[in-house]
Design a protein around this ligand. Sequence first.
Ligand code: NAP
Length: 319
Amino acid sequence: MNNNAKVPVGVLGASGYVGQELLRLLARHPGTAVAFATADTAAGEWVEGHQLLQADDAPLERAAIVLSALPHGVSARYVNEARAAGKRAVDLSADFRLSAEAVYGLTEFSRPRLAQAELVANPGCYPTAALIALIPLAQRGLIDPSREVVIDAASGVTGAGRHPQRELLFGEVAEDYRAYAVGNTHRHLPELRAALERESGFAGDLVFTPHLLPVKRGILETIHVPLTGALDQGAAEGIYEAAYRGEPCVQVVRGALPSLKDVVYRNRVALGVAPVEHVRRPRLTVIAAIDNLVKGAAGQAVQNLNVMLGLPETLGLVC
Ligand SMILES: NC(=O)c1ccc[n+]([C@@H]2O[C@H](COP(=O)([O-])OP(=O)(O)OC[C@H]3O[C@@H](n4cnc5c(N)ncnc54)[C@H](OP(=O)(O)O)[C@@H]3O)[C@@H](O)[C@H]2O)c1
């Protein structure tokens, strides 16, 4: 493909962890070329061969599509400017995830809408893994809505972004492990509830507790699912295999449980299941692993961009 045939893509927030990952993925994407990349305090620095511009100076006219990896609360303004300039956009922040203006870009469940979408809200990292795990069970009426689904999740420190924060210093996180946003207060919960209900009709309670894991990247979610009836391991695995047959970016691990090494640097959610013994009411433990920066952010954005542009869905991606 010569450079003229490549789709020009603008990247906002390219000095952040997600923005850098976008530039790395786009550098080996054969169907796109980076039209511009922006930063705030890091403007002037170089990432993947691109000198970063101030976001206010972004030459929007050079791009056909804009990917925004700006912080939530900041992103909407720049995405709206890009949209006003006639550009399609994928917003990786939370700003449009609950908005009817945008298509929610959980690729596996949004393909028909993505192809025509002008604005895509890329899902959060924790919700992507949880939704891929829960939607097939919820769609089949297997989750007991009278009991809570409990999601205990641990994320590497890149999940909190690159701007300096005292509690994320090496001396604070190394060799430690702690919960945060305890008590169902994490900002991903409304997104998770809304998407699960939209895709499956399930509106039962979710209890979500994130933890900070002292690794750079990766999320592991242990999801405790109350069932309407008993499911053995083979039956539970069979449900996921049927739901995700032919899906290049969802891996069902049979007879084992996934861990971070199965997913880091890959655009993939890996799922494994274990029936729960010694309890009176039926329950399933689902383990979901994801790289927060790839399928949890930049990789899924490229997957969505590929669908929007009519390109092969995994072009430039390693699932
Ligand atoms: N990290 C993850 O695992 C993850 C996963 C899914 C979604 N997300 C979402 O993706 C977005 C980016 O996350 P991140 O972790 O990459 O954050 P980050 O490392 O803090 O990067 C933020 C980027 O935005 C720029 N920026 C900050 N304030 C700005 C402003 N007022 N005007 C213009 N540019 C500004 C920063 O530039 P400077 O470097 O120059 O300050 C940087 O390029 C966030 O909305 C986040 O919620 C993150």
